[in-house]
Write a protein that binds this ligand. Sequence first.
Ligand code: HEC
Ligand code: HEC
Length: 195
Amino acid sequence: MRAMRIALIGFAAGIAVPGFAATSKQAAAANAFETVRKVLQHPRCQNCHIPGDAPLQFDDGRVHGQGVVRGPRGDGPPGLPCSTCHGETNPPASYGANVPPGAHNWALPPPETKMVFIGLSPAALCAVIKDPKQTNGRDLPAMLAHVTDDKLVRWGWDPGVGRAPVSVPHADFVAAFKTWMDAGAPCPTSSPTSP
Ligand code: HEC
Ligand code: HEC
């Protein structure tokens, strides 16, 4: 009886209690979300998922050179679209480093749905990707399809000479997204002590 009461208290407080299937599923979902977070906040991804209006570059996220800005649709202002410099694919490796990388639809998200990933707590990032108002109307299954197939996302694993690819393998990222989504897409609390 006493042990039972302790277990129930642990459960109510959200503390992992060994032996509860629901709790181990929650733990798996929490781990999976951490993998998703690590990818979304990798420099190859967060350099375009920004609150400001100029894309960022390199692992230290410095502001893009040449005065490049988002523009009304995300693909740059009319006079200097991203496509002036960024093509459909990376230039050949023989061109060396510091050339503009390329992928289909090279652009920032549009100003109405900036989809900010950079600088957010895990809880805030989780809220962004679950909010269709911030993801151009996409729900989680649409997001899963996007991270599985989209050429711009896939570019993060083939970013061209001189740039480190995303550190988590793409297949692990997709699997983690699915595990988290199938478990009901729980969000971490912003701090371990919050209710
Ligand atoms: C060159 C800029 C750029 C880079 C780099 C980039 N994204 Fe995006 N991302 C975008 C744009 C633009 C959209 C909006 C696409 C749309 O609405 O069709 C977007 C949308 C998304 C979405 C939302 C999809 C949806 O269905 O709404 C996810 C998730 C995403 N990106 C993940 C990533 C991941 C993961 C990486 C790194 C591996 C990454 N992005 C790298 C520009 C970028
Ligand atoms: C005048 C040419 C030019 C234009 C226009 C331009 N870029 Fe770039 N961009 C570059 C060059 C060159 C690099 C490579 C810098 C390097 O590696 O030294 C680059 C790199 C990047 C990177 C860096 C990737 C990384 O992870 O380090 C991103 C993101 C990016 N551009 C986004 C954009 C977006 C989005 C637009 C349009 C809104 C745009 N760029 C417009 C020339 C341009």
